[in-house]
Design a protein around this ligand. Structure first.
Ligand SMILES: [Zn+2]
Length: 94
């Protein structure tokens, strides 16, 4: 019954999630195993644009391999730098 409640004009899943703009979210975590850092970069893989998320550290570490795979990259590390700068400024003030 629940299957019939789907809107007919809604595809099963986004055909290409990569075509939807991605913004880093505090809930987004690096996809590298064991890594719990917040993701600031998304790469897209394969014909279906499967997304993987990376923290700044692991993106730099894997960057060459990721580009070799022909990934599209959404790089939001500027937001990380801005956050770090804001944090540093806050710390310096008494
Ligand atoms: Zn990581």
């Amino acid at each position: 019954m629940g299957l019939l409640s789907k809107k007919p004009d809604q595809p099963e899943e986004p055909a290409s999630p990569g075509l939807v703009a991605w913004q880093p979210n505090p809930r987004d975590r690096c996809d590298k195993r064991w890594c719990v850092a917040q993701a600031y970069v998304r790469t897209l893989h394969g014909p279906r644009h499967l997304p993987l998320l990376w923290c700044a550290h692991h993106f730099v570490e894997l960057e060459t391999d990721l580009f070799m795979g022909g990934s599209r990259v959404d790089d939001h590390r500027d937001k990380l730098r801005a956050a770090e700068a804001a944090f540093a400024n806050k710390k310096e003030k008494p």
